[in-house]
Design a protein around this ligand. Structure first.
Ligand code: PMP
Length: 423
């Protein structure tokens, strides 16, 4: 019998004990440059709680075998653990069936899968793929590749100065030639939450399928693919407290059934001869080769962990941290926030008159504060706001006010250093 290590049930507490939750993440207790580590790069990747680390260790210590193959107890246990995680993810996404949950390497692979297996065989010269102006490169480049392969055209819905999608322009861009819409649910560079429910309904009125890139949304928002009615939804494990190298593609069964496999190999077939191969049923048709078994089990444990805290508690906590940080940076001279959407989550991108984002992040690093500086794999966003790069702090529920105070002190230091006050 498979016995996965259990996550601490923080949900049983009416208000979660956030310092106990932080203590579940062993990495966070270390020092960085002799200061407490303030890890504020959660949009790039998240730290892992003991429950996730233990689930992976447990798998390798007691249950490691290949899945779906061995007719022996160990392989049966590994398969049960692997498929149990699929059920957890189905419930997490509110997907109608477990066959619609495909394991991939991450959001990037999921989008490439849909681009190559759904779009490429169906698109003709002059057809259009519609994305927004605040997509991650992972939701731009795979579509550009399909455009090169098919002669289709990439169209882009503009955003306003607050980094909100222009819905009237979106409506105007949807037309007979639009064959796919692909939208971020939450922008990694700006923090804006896209009104995907409204945008999906508008695309469906024209029978256009919609892919939602949920890489940033999955850790912060409640997800219900059935209610959203999206046709494809993607996310990455490592941004939701699970390991790297594992992610999920949800697709409506009718689409997945109609699509050709993305890759060929073991597990995705039911019968092979040199003349012909029959493909396996869903979801295995899209899971060629030995999967990342430990990653899947870790992802299942991560989902148990955040559900034990409760996504509503997480949303409230992260809103509070974002508001606290936003109020704090508004007092910093010469600092401008890039991305001020009304509907926004957990990400604070900014520039400062006194220093380049790379200098900001280097000085903060010396103060024990980890933030990101650069284009955040969203170069067109930098062009839109006419900046070479931004500095970005991104928050998780395990962060606290002290992390943000340390961050704000670091920003004051940046101004002091570059105005010459610090020598
Ligand atoms: N989309 C968005 C919005 C992202 O933030 C990221 C990761 N930064 C991706 C897609 C790609 O995710 P991954 O690198 O895990 O495949």
């Amino acid at each position: 019998m498979f016995t996965a290590p259990q996550a601490t049930d923080h949900k049983s507490l009416s208000a979660p004990d956030w310092s106990a939750i932080r203590a579940d993440f062993p990495l966070l207790s270390q020092l960085a440059h002799q200061q407490p580590l303030a890890y504020l790069d959660n949009a790039a990747t998240t730290q892992k709680p003991n429950a996730v680390i233990d689930s992976i260790t447990h798998f390798y210590r007691f249950d490691n075998a290949n899945v779906h193959r061995g007719a022996y107890q160990l392989s049966e246990r590994a398969t049960l653990a692997f498929e149990t995680a699929r059920d957890k993810i189905q419930r997490f996404l509110h997907a109608p069936s477990r066959e619609e949950v495909i394991f991939v390497r991450g959001a990037t692979e999921a989008i490439n899968l849909v681009a190559q297996s759904y779009a490429r065989p169906r698109l003709k010269p002059g057809d259009e793929i519609l994305i927004s102006a605040m997509e991650h490169h992972s939701n731009i480049v795979p579509w550009q590749m399909v455009c090169l392969q098919t002669g289709a055209l990439l169209k882009v819905v503009p955003i306003n100065d607050s980094a909100e999608i222009n819905i009237a322009e979106y409506q105007a861009l949807l037309n007979k030639k639009t064959k796919v819409v692909a939208l971020t649910h939450l922008s990694n560079a700006l923090g804006s939450i896209t009104p995907v429910d409204q945008m999906i309904a508008m695309a469906h009125a024209r029978e256009i399928p919609v892919l939602v890139d949920g890489a940033q949304a999955a850790p912060h928002l409640s997800l219900d693919v059935k209610q959203l009615d999206c046709d494809f939804y993607t996310f990455s494990g490592h941004k939701i407290y699970a390991p790297t190298g594992i992610g999920v593609l949800y697709g409506k069964q009718s689409y997945l059934e109609a699509m050709e496999p993305y890759q060929g190999g073991g597990d995705m077939i039911s019968r092979v001869s040199f003349e012909h191969s029959d493909y396996n049923c869903l979801p295995y048709k899209f899971e060629a080769g030995t999967p990342n078994i430990a990653g899947v089990i870790g992802l299942g444990a991560a989902i148990d962990y955040i559900q034990a805290i409760g996504i509503d508690h997480i949303k409230q906590r992260e809103r509070l941290l974002l508001d606290y940080a936003t109020a704090g940076v508004s007092l910093i001279k010469g600092l401008r926030i890039i991305g001020t959407a009304r509907d926004k989550a957990s990400i604070l991108s900014f520039v400062m008159d006194s220093a380049h984002p790379h200098d900001i992040s280097t000085i903060l690093d010396q103060q024990g504060v980890a933030i990101r500086a650069g284009h955040h794999c969203a170069m067109p966003v930098m062009t839109r706001f006419d900046v070479p790069a931004t500095a970005r702090a991104s928050f998780s529920f395990y962060n606290n006010e002290s992390d943000i105070d340390q961050f704000l002190q670091g920003l004051h230091l940046v101004n002091n250093i570059f105005s010459g006050k610090n020598g």
